[in-house]
Structure formats: structure tokens, C-alpha cells
Design a binder for this molecule. Sequence first.
Ligand SMILES: [Mn+2]
Length: 468
Amino acid sequence: MITDTILRDAHQSLAATRMRFDEMEPVLAQLDEIGYYSLEAWGGATFDTCLRYLCEDPWDRLRNLKKYLKKTPIQMLLRGQNLLGYRHYADDVVEKFVEKAIENGVGVIRVFDALNDVRNLETSVKAIKKYGKGKCICEAAISYTTSPVHTTEYFVKLAKTLEDMGADNICIKDMANLLLPFTAYEVVKELKEELRPETKVHLHTHNTTGTGDMINLMAIQAGADIVDCALSPLGNGTSNPATEPLVATLKGTPYDTGIDINKLLPVITHFNKVAQRLEKDGFLSARVRKIDINTLLYQVPGGMLSNLISQLKSAGKEDKLMECLAEVPEVRKDCGYPPLVTPSSQIVGTQAVWNVLAGKYKTLTAQYKDLILGKYGKVPGQISPDVLKLCTAHGEQAITCRPADLLKDEMQKLTDEVKSAGFYEKEEDVLSYALFPEVSNNYFKWRKARETGVDDDMAKNADGVYPV
Ligand SMILES: [Mn+2]
């Protein structure tokens, strides 16, 4: 089965998540007839971009998608206790968010934690099971990475824990395209042997380094039930492998997807026009469509490499790039081999730059300290005792509990804030505000201006144009 990411990861990976709802709407009914396992359409950066740039209420977008997608489940991506934001939220916010996402039409929730700390998934998984009964599939994802602790055995054990927590599906989330085809075969084969027969294995990869199609094909032969693809107008490159070549490859084999490529044609024509618009507006460039082997060479995700380069550039030390690339694995080892995905990729990368420019651990970033002190959760491996000593030199305490255990309920406080600002229209507004306070307030101001017609300037969006 195929999950198509054309409505989420595809344009998030290639075009700054700028596809608007009016660019989806004309083909939604047709997409619903294709026979996909699911359509990934919500979560990740779509929520932020809706509010920040597109003057769309992400909750309205979800309900509008649901009007057309009657058969195909809408899939979303959820960052565990972070939801879609950049900090840990109290349990009552996590529970309410999951409840509202399902109520408004989400049918598959893929939930992951950057460190693979299952405690950061507990509340969301429980909420999905509670509110999703018969309506929403709980898909727990493993952030894939390579390190001495990330063996096939480690992944299988983690998957079994997630299954025991209640996950219906297990996803291998290879967001950085670090997975290699033969490893994919091995990991999927083991998972299929060790997990319950009813548990589906879902593979998510990208085509950044050009291995994506091979990964999918090997995973399918090893028994993967579902793979992620993106229709060709926004497939490949830093996006997911294109849908059509895989459909054609599997046709007539025991793995036939049942998808009729002819049915895809009008949809492809439509999204080609959307891709042209995104290119014209400067959101889509040819560069991100090309194979980039840097991840294969340095084992660092593409986004992390470009961050390193820009940090060195602003310090006028571009010549130190190779030293920094050599320092990254050292820093990562010292903090227990976290998967290099947001936010850990930035944390490790920035600390590596400081180590090279200012001397080894002479300057410790606050985020690196927090990572060492357990504030993001438990890291997979052992923390270097020397680095721990440095990070607790001023009396700082490492925590060993689930980070969210330290947070008090916050829904009431957030609700009061939205109400006293005069922006409250529905419960979902509070959740938008919880995730992106400033961005949501700007959106609410715009919404109010448009409703009352009092402030014409406010009725424009962030790019100074009236939204369609
Ligand atoms: Mn992805």
C-alpha cells in the first residue's frame, strides 16, 4: 500500500510548505478514488505555515480536506510531547490536541520522538487510543539513525515496546535518507518476524541521496506493508520517492498496489501546475531536486550540513568545515548518540562548531547542556562522564524522570490568555495559540480585521497580499 505525501511532506521538503488549500481542492475528490492507504496532509510545518504565511486556519483546512476525503484516511505527523511546536507541552494540552485532531478528521496519526524516548510518546499514544477508537490508527514511528547503539536489535526492541503501548502500525522514519537499501531489508524483515501479524510496518524515506526507490523496493520485498511516496510533480530529491515509478514497478507482481496509473494522470497534470506556481514564487528550486550525496559521505542530514556551513560563514571560518564535520561524531558520541533530527541535529551541530572555534567544550550551549541533563528525554546511549561533569559544574541537576512530569496542566491558563486578548472563537484556537503564540495572535488579528472590516492593512497576509 502507498501513502501519498503530496499534501504534506512533499511540499514541506521541496517548497517551504507553501501549497495552499485552494491548490489542493480541485483534485481532492480524485485523490480520494486512487486507492491509497492514506494521504498525509497535516502536521509538521503545514500548521505553522497556514497561520504564518497563508492566512488559513489549519483546523479549517483539516475540516475542508475531510469534506472531500471520504474514503482515504487523512494522515498527520505528530512530534510526541512537542505536538507540532518546539517545546514539551503539559499532558492536558497533548490530550486535547489529539482529541481535536481526530474530531476534525485525522484518521492516521504518526507519532514520533526525536530521541526515541518512549516516555515522550506515552500521553499521545494513550490519547490516540482513547479518542481514536474505530476512527484513527495509531502509528508509532522510530526515528531512524546510525550509531553503535542503533542496531537492528535495538530497533526491534523499540518497536515491540511501542506495539505493547498500543501502536497499530510501526513506522521506520528515515527523515534524513540515512537508511540504505540492504539495511532496510534487514530491519523490515526482523520487524515482520518479531511483531504481531496484525501490526503493519510502514516505511518512510526520502530521495535526497538517490537511494529512496531502492530502499522502498527492498523494504517491500522484506514484507513492508506500506511505503511513503509523493506524486512526481513534487517527488524525489529532498522529498519522498515518486509514486508513479513504484506503482508501475509493482504492477502484476505479488506486491501490486492496485493503483491505476491512468487515474493519476489528471492529478499529476494539476500538481505540475501547482509546482510551476511554487517555482515562479521562488519556493521551489531545481537544487533540491538533485541527488546530494553529502549524507552518504558524512552521515549528517542535508539540512544539518547547510546549517553548519551558514554558521561558519557568519563567523568567517568557512575553512573549518572539515574540522567541524569531524567533530560532529565526537560531540554526538559524548551526548549518547541521539538521532540527528530537529532539534538534536541543531544542538549537536552548534556545539561542534563551538568546539572547533573556541576549544573543546570551552563554551557549552544552553541546549547542549539541557540535552545532557535529560531535559529533552533519555538519550539512546551513554553520556560521557566528563561532559556531564562540565554540565553540572554550577550545581545544575540532571533529571531522570519523563520531562513532561515537571509540567503543570496549562490548558486553562492558555484559554484565559486567548479569551482576554479577545480572540477566542473555538477551543481549537487555544491549541493554535499553545503551539505558535505570536504567529497565532497575528492570524487572529487578521481574522478579526477581516470579520469586522475595520483595519484594511491587517486583512492582508504576511507577504502583504490579500489571501484568496
Ligand atoms: Mn519526511
